[in-house]
Each structure stands twice: as structure tokens, then as C-alpha cells.
Design a protein around this ligand. Structure first.
Ligand SMILES: Cc1ncc(COP(=O)(O)OP(=O)(O)O)c(N)n1
Ligand code: 3NM
Ligand code: MG
Length: 212
């Protein structure tokens, strides 16, 4: 089963990205999504190769944002695709069943479609406004998550749903109560000066009701 915490990388240069990813891994993150927007193919490849090595060293899962071919080239664990990226069924046909494919959703119908197309997990958002991403879909808030998760339950649709978008530590417990599986975060980890403590606190809340 997947980890309940996914770190989405930030940074405008290869060096900034690597620094942020290394810090997140060092602090205990074991699932990294490399998100490096508006870059040349060469830069993205160079970063992805380095992140792949780092993630192997830290035994962390590594998925690539947007770019299925890059994920394939460097043999990443998978790819995250948005509503305007490559279609999930097309990606599944190329990657096969051994790789992780995550899909972005903003509505119940988005999730229904993704599940039909054999998506492994859902990034459902945005929870609230965030500067990390431009052109956000309508904000869901807690009530949006509650309604969508109830509908999934009623329709017996089972898929790990990750909340995303402007999430802070205090949001985690109320979000988990809506029935989500985990969270995907970027800003709070990148900006934290106490990353180890923050990740420990996030995990305590994320795994509070997990019986081992
Ligand atoms: C876990 C997760 N959920 C949602 C997104 C957003 O993907 P997308 O809509 O394609 O936007 P960009 O990240 O590509 O700007 C995500 N990346 N991860
Ligand atoms: C990459 C992304 N996708 C979103 C969506 O709603 O689909 S919100 C978002 C940004 C997540 O970063 P932060 O934790 O800094 O807000
Ligand atoms: Mg995308």
C-alpha cells in the first residue's frame, strides 16, 4: 500500500530542486513527486536522473509529474497526470500494470473516470487556495471532500484519495475524517525550518487510526 504522505517538489533550478528533495528525504519523506515546470527536456532529464539515484538511496518511491516518457526513460516508479495531461488509459497502455499512475480530480465524476481507466491513486483538490499551482480548479474545502468521499462510499468506489492544495498541519485530522487516504503537500515541507519534526507530526496525524 502507498504511503500517506507525498512530497511534491519545488524549485526553479536543478540545484534548488535537488536541495529541496534531499532535505525532504533526509527529514523522512518516502514518496517524492518531481514537479519541475517549464523546463527543457535536457534539464528535466538531468534532474530526474539525480532524483532517481537519491530516491534509491533513501528507499523512497519516485514519481514524475506530467511527463510519462521521462518517467519511462529513467525507470521511475510512476507518473502523476492532471486533467489536461495524457489520458490515464493511454498512460496505462504504455506503462503496463507495474507502474504507479496518479490522476488529478476535482469532482466525483473525475474520480469515477480515473478509476474506470485503472488509475492507482487520486490527487483531489484544491483543498484551499495555494500559490504553488496556477489555474486552480474550484476550491473544495472540507465540505467538498466530505461530499465526494461520501459519494465514493455510496457507490462502492475504492481508491486511495490524496487531498492536495494549501494543506497545513492543522488541516490533516479534519481532512482524514472525511475519508481521504492521505495528503500531497509541497509548500509546508519546502518552507519548514524544522522538517523532521513537521514530517513526524504529519505522519502521526495521518497514521493515527491505522492498526498495525
Ligand atoms: C498528488 C497530486 N495531485 C494533483 C496534482 C496536480 O496535477 P495537475 O493538475 O496536472 O497540475 P500540475 O501539478 O501538473 O501543475 C499533482 N501534481 N499531484
Ligand atoms: C500541484 C498542485 N495541484 C493542486 C490541485 O488542486 O490539483 S494544488 C497543488 C499545489 C500543492 O502544493 P501546496 O501544498 O504548496 O499547496
Ligand atoms: Mg500536470
Amino acid at each position: 500500500m502507498y504511503n500517506k504522505l507525498q512530497y511534491i517538489s519545488q524549485g526553479n533550478t536543478i540545484e534548488e530542486q535537488l536541495y529541496n528533495i534531499h532535505q525532504a528525504l533526509d527529514a523522512g519523506c518516502d514518496w517524492i513527486q518531481m514537479r519541475f515546470k517549464n523546463q527543457t527536456e535536457k534539464n528535466s532529464f538531468k534532474l530526474a536522473e539525480a532524483v532517481k539515484l537519491l530516491c534509491e538511496e533513501y528507499l523512497a518511491a519516485f514519481i514524475v509529474n506530467d511527463n510519462l516518457h521521462l518517467a519511462q526513460q529513467i525507470n521511475a516508479d510512476g507518473v502523476h497526470l492532471g486533467l489536461t495531461d495524457m489520458k490515464i488509459d493511454e498512460a496505462r497502455a504504455i506503462l503496463g500494470t507495474t507502474k504507479i499512475i496518479g490522476g488529478t480530480a476535482n469532482t466525483f465524476e473525475d474520480i469515477q473516470n480515473h478509476v474506470k481507466n485503472s488509475c492507482d491513486y487520486i490527487g483531489l483538490g484544491p483543498f484551499r487556495f495555494t500559490n504553488t499551482k496556477e489555474k486552480l480548479s474550484p476550491i473544495l474545502g472540507l465540505s467538498g471532500y466530505f461530499e465526494i468521499l461520501q459519494k465514493l462510499k455510496k457507490n462502492k468506489i475504492e481508491v486511495p484519495v490524496y487531498a492536495i492544495g494549501g494543506i497545513t498541519l492543522k488541516d490533516v485530522s479534519p481532512l482524514m475524517e472525511t475519508g481521504i487516504f492521505g495528503i500531497a503537500v509541497s509548500g509546508i515541507i519546502t518552507e519548514s525550518t524544522e522538517k523532521k519534526i513537521l514530517i513526524q507530526q504529519l505522519n502521526e496525524k495521518l497514521y493515527a487510526n491505522v492498526i498495525v
